[in-house]
Design a protein around this ligand. Structure first.
Ligand SMILES: Nc1nc2c(ncn2[C@@H]2O[C@H](COP(=O)(O)OP(=O)(O)O)[C@@H](O)[C@H]2O)c(=O)[nH]1
Ligand SMILES: [Mg+2]
Length: 329
């Protein structure tokens, strides 16, 4: 069946090609979709337009998340938590972002390919975790704004090249550099002491390139040198080794839990969990949803691990991952 597109469609398409601003482009695509007659003959075209609209929307979102103010970059948090990838040049930060998310950073064998932060979302079960790729840290240079990004992250993954001849030196340089910016990488997050201003950031070491020749020897050395101070995980971002395990590992390191809300007499909404820190109470959950909710909260009924179905609990009840909560105000 021929598509039989009206002349306005072609006119819009022409404007689309000339448009520069993504916002204008999006509007015109939506217009084209509205103008187009919807029948069998345009099935393919409809699907194509829908795809272009959603792709453009995604691109626009991605742009907005990384904001630039002067010579500073900021990355707005999105999803359940924000994880930042840092490390020496060429350790595979960009490859790791590319392998874990739908982002398409430049991956190259020469250093300093990545000049600004770039983020993607790691899909894990029913949630998305934000992953941020960053420019390298070396003895020659570190982008000063990178310290702000690290301070703001929920978890730091310090990448180490298990194939490198200079693995230890490269890694030590990162620690030293960050100390100059008053950032101390540690296994657990601690409050910044206002007296010294040092940020203590929760960090895991991530040995990459486990496929390379030196990797076994280097991993042993890494564990020997840092195993007491940091949890260590190893992958091959390029070969895709241990990536699924890494996603779960990151989720567990984040120490977050998911609770689902329901209204009386209805089923729970398992699509859109409320994300809370481990140890959060019923009152914390109510606050996370809405402050009025927290104010009016009387009790809740809970379903899930460690409780009997519909058990009545009070504000100080400590929630667990997977709990279904029915608030009563
Ligand atoms: N053998 C191997 N090479 C890798 C792996 N991950 C990245 N690379 C290579 O290491 C180089 C640097 O990667 P890139 O992601 O750009 O590093 P970045 O500078 O840390 O962002 C590229 O040539 C990649 O192909 C891996 O798991 N195994
Ligand atoms: Mg890079």
């Amino acid at each position: 069946m021929p598509a039989n597109l009206p002349p306005q469609y072609f006119e819009a398409e022409k404007r689309y090609r000339l448009a520069k601003d993504p916002k204008d482009k999006l509007k015109i695509l939506q217009e084209m979709f509205a103008i187009m007659p919807k029948h069998k003959g345009t099935d393919k075209l409809q699907a194509d337009l829908k795809f272009r609209i959603s792709k453009l929307k995604k691109e626009m979102q991605q742009k907005k998340k990384v904001a630039r103010r002067g010579d500073q970059y900021f990355v707005d948090k999105e999803g359940a938590a924000q994880v930042v990838l840092i490390g020496a040049p060429n350790v595979g930060k960009s490859q790791t972002l590319a392998s874990l998310t739908n982002a398409t950073p430049e991956v190259a064998s020469y250093p300093y390919t990545t000049l600004k932060p770039l983020c993607g979302m790691i899909p894990f079960e029913n949630i998305q975790i934000q992953l941020v790729d960053t420019p390298p840290i070396s003895s020659d240079f570190m982008e000063p704004w990178l310290s702000g990004i690290i301070r703001n992250a929920d978890l730091v993954m310090l990448l180490v090249d298990l194939g490198s001849e200079n693995m230890m030196e490269e890694t030590e340089t990162v620690f030293r550099r960050l100390e100059e910016y008053k950032i101390q990488l540690e296994s657990e997050e601690r409050e910044t002491n206002p007296l010294d201003g040092i940020a203590h950031k929760k960090t895991s070491l991530l040995g990459n390139k486990s496929d390379s020749e030196k990797s076994e020897e280097n991993l042993a050395l890494l564990i020997d040198s840092y195993g007491q101070r940091f949890p260590i995980f190893s992958i091959s971002a390029k070969e895709g080794t241990k990536l699924e395990e890494l996603k779960r590992y990151i989720f567990e390191r984040l120490e977050i839990l998911r609770v689902y809300t329901k209204t009386p007499g209805k089923k729970a909404d398992f699509e859109d969990p409320v994300i809370l820190k481990i140890g959060s109470t019923l009152l914390d959950a109510a606050k996370a949803i809405h402050k009025d909710f927290a104010r009016g909260l009387k009790y809740a009924r809970i379903w899930g691990d460690g409780v009997y179905d519909g058990q009545m609990v009070q504000k100080d009840f400590v929630l667990q991952d997977g709990h279904v909560v029915e608030f009563h105000l």
